[in-house]
Design a protein around this ligand. Structure first.
Ligand code: IMP
Length: 426
């Protein structure tokens, strides 16, 4: 039995979808433990590209079980659009199970997210506007609707009350129209029926799989620096993408987890607002953006791009207890004559080695770089670590030395095959 958690070690978009899809071939069960359809996981299989937002990336294997854990907020419309889309494209999908404790995201959460972002003006967070924050607010306020409640009589009245409460907020605080509660009930009813066969106690299911000695893969969405507690607050998401979230978001205890692997791009990107010390501007940013196709999977927004920040990565290693690193998109740097790694920050006369909690401090940080020779050679066809150009190996080695975490896998392109394995995960 082996229980492995995959987390984003940066600000999301590290290529976790491809990595999870690759590792899912060796796992029996794939579990999403937090977030919702703010995530966008791209999986390339042969000539086909798939974009997943809610469904775990193990879905492409018919013999796998895919679990949507209790830590998620589920927009039922998106869930079934996604499932129907996969079926229409001929995917022979695995078995999908949804936790009876996962929360339902309603259209009013989405509108509230939009109204709040618009009201923030130039203070905006840059959310995906998918309603994620407001759905989690309802969960924490203990007024949320859980999937399990949809199996019981009387949820219609509860939803009507919830919508009426939200309508008061829309009208009084934001001056935007609310929803007709009856329409929301009518909207939800067919989804509630369709969801019924998928809803179960997934913590119990997982405990049985673990007792049978199955391999379980936890698929984090977003990234450590977007974690509500450990990320660059307030420019974070409303859930716990860091490894600790795998336990609370699935109902599996921490002693069951064997390894935590951090997925990290060979450079760094960010969508949304907030400080980014190694950010590149102008043509340098545009070059990385175009070569790395750095546009949001969920929103299409162009991503901000910069050099790999190892101060941040060391922080992610600590927060998650990383046992291995998976470096993705190494091939995007193939053309560069020189590559840079940020090893510390300079702030005034002071050198900082640890990632600060204060965004005011982070904003004032200048990166201290270590410059290395680029490899200027196409790595996308390479499948063995020994065959990588020496300068590329040196780059990976420095990442490992400075973070104290071994590199266990390297991705050199979006396809399943474009993967270099240094250490088997399962
Ligand atoms: P929310 O999750 O939609 O509330 O957005 C909060 C912050 O997280 C914003 O900066 C988003 O851009 C960011 N975010 C949410 N999901 C993702 C993701 O999957 N990748 C990268 N950034 C994300």
């Amino acid at each position: 039995m082996s229980c492995v958690v995959i987390v984003g070690a940066q600000w999301g978009d590290e290529g976790k979808g491809k990595v999870t899809d690759y590792l899912a071939s060796r796992a029996d069960v794939v579990v999403r433990y937090q977030g919702g359809n703010n995530a966008g996981h791209t999986v390339v299989i042969g000539s086909q590209e798939f974009r997943l937002h809610l469904i775990p990336s193990g879905i492409f294997y018919p013999d796998k079980v895919c679990i949507i854990g209790n830590g998620l907020v589920v927009d039922p419309e998106v869930l079934f659009q996604e499932l129907d889309g996969l079926l229409a494209r001929g995917v022979k999908n695995g078995r999908l199970c949804i936790s009876d404790r996962a929360h339902i995201l309603l259209p009013c959460h989405k509108r509230l997210d939009e109204a709040q972002e618009d009201a923030r003006g130039n203070q905006k967070i840059g959310t995906t506007r998918r309603g994620i924050g407001p759905a989690y607010v309802d969960k924490v306020s203990r007024v949320g609707l859980r999937t399990g409640e949809l199996l019981e009589p009387g949820w219609e009245d509860y939803v009507s009350q919830l919508v009426e409460q939200k309508n008061a907020v829309f009208e009084k605080l934001y001056g935007v129209p609310g929803f007709d509660p009856a329409e929301i009930v009518v909207w939800l009813k067919p989804y509630a029926e369709r969801m019924r066969p998928f809803i179960t106690d997934t913590s119990l299911l997982l405990s049985r799989y673990l007792a049978e000695g199955r391999h379980v893969l936890f698929e984090g969405a977003q990234g450590t620096l977007l974690d509500l507690d450990h990320g660059t607050y307030p420019f974070v998401t409303a859930s716990s993408p860091a490894a600790g979230g795998a336990c609370t978001g699935s109902g599996v205890g921490p002693t069951a987890i064997d390894r935590v692997l951090g997925v990290c791009k060979a450079y760094l990107t960010r969508v949304g607002e907030g400080p980014f010390p190694t950010e590149l501007m102008g043509v340098d940013c545009e070059d990385l953006r175009q070569r790395g196709m750095e546009f949001g999977t969920t929103t299409g927004r162009p991503r901000r791009c910069g050099w790999l920040d190892l101060v941040m990565l060391r922080y992610a290693a600590r927060i998650n207890g990383l046992s291995g690193l998976i470096i993705t998109k190494l091939d995007v740097l193939d053309h560069m004559p020189k590559v840079r790694l940020c090893t510390a920050y300079r702030r005034g006369g002071e050198v900082l080695k640890e990632f600060p909690a204060s965004l005011r401090v982070l904003r004032e940080c200048e990166p201290v770089y270590e410059e290395l020779d680029g490899w200027q050679q196409d790595t996308s066809g390479i499948r063995r670590y020994e065959d990588l150009p020496e300068a590329a190996r040196r780059y990976l080695q420095r990442i490992s030395e400075i973070t104290g975490v071994p590199v266990v896998m390297v991705s050199v392109g979006p396809d399943r095959e474009q993967t270099i394995v240094l250490q088997e995960v399962f």
